[in-house]
Design a protein around this ligand. Structure first.
Ligand code: ADP
Ligand code: MG
Length: 226
């Protein structure tokens, strides 16, 4: 579902990613772990098509996103990728429901009932008319997840999604990702928190822009653990 091949990313001579290769399968949850500054966000942004690699290849759903134009990437992202950030990035003057419907609007057409269904999925139907300031951090992140999944993307990317949450909300959010994975979605979660990495199918670790441990397929994981 995701194929990252020998990806290098440099910023003005600084090497943020130095030849990263891994794959993620359909309905698989991969955790990417590493300390601050190791290149996690850079990597996730390349998979999201928010940025392009200096060299190497990134393919998502068999489409080579690293070779697409800016506009092609934006269109591809709208249709195939849902993104969840550490900062929830909700629009403060829109209700929870309207925040979700905004993503529908940009994709195709707003559909109130569909947006309510997405909020129900994250357990927030009763807060649909609340503004972000009337929601706890955990609830805001759940709205952000509803927004990320509203267009039914095959791939969900989350960058430190529980970084601003307490333990209970962390668990709630990770259980939502678990449910999405069980429904067949491919999930990639970036974190520096080992507790978060206990969820998910397997973990790769990056340091200074290189993978230092982790298995490159479910098969090797299976062979090594059983
Ligand atoms: P992480 O998410 O693991 O904390 P990042 O991917 O954000 O790490 O950053 C990796 C390194 O690349 C850092 O040293 C950061 O300063 C650098 N970096 C990230 N984005 C840029 C950018 N747009 N321009 C220059 N340097 C950047
Ligand atoms: Mg980061």
């Amino acid at each position: 579902m995701i194929d990252v091949e020998n990806v290098v990313k440099r910023y003005n001579g600084f090497t943020a990613l130095n030849g990263v290769t891994f794959q993620v399968g359909e309905a698989e949850w991969l955790t990417i772990m590493g300390p601050s500054g190791s290149g996690k966000t850079t990597l996730l942004n390349l998979i999201a098509g928010l940025d392009t690699p200096t060299s190497g290849k990134v393919a998502v759903c068999n489409e080579i996103i690293s070779e697409m134009s800016h506009d092609e990437r934006a269109k591809f992202r709208r249709e195939n990728i849902g993104i969840v950030f550490q900062q929830f990035h909700l629009i403060p003057y829109l209700t929870a429901l309207e925040n979700v419907m905004l993503a529908q609007y940009i994709h195709s057409m707003p559909d109130r009932n569909e947006a309510l269904d997405a909020l129900r999925l994250v357990g927030l139907e009763s807060k649909a008319e609340n503004y972000p300031f009337q929601l706890s951090g955990g609830e805001q992140q759940r709205v952000a997840i509803a927004r990320a999944i509203i267009n039914d993307p095959a791939v969900i990317l989350a960058d430190e999604p529980t970084g601003n949450l307490d333990e209970e909300n962390e668990r709630i959010v990770l259980e939502i990702f678990e449910r999405l994975k069980n429904e067949g979605k491919t999930v990639v979660v970036v974190t520096h928190n080992p507790e978060v990495a206990e969820f998910g199918d397997r973990t790769i670790k990056i340091h200074h822009g290189e993978i230092v441990s982790g298995n490159n397929s479910r098969l090797t994981h299976f062979l090594q653990t059983d």
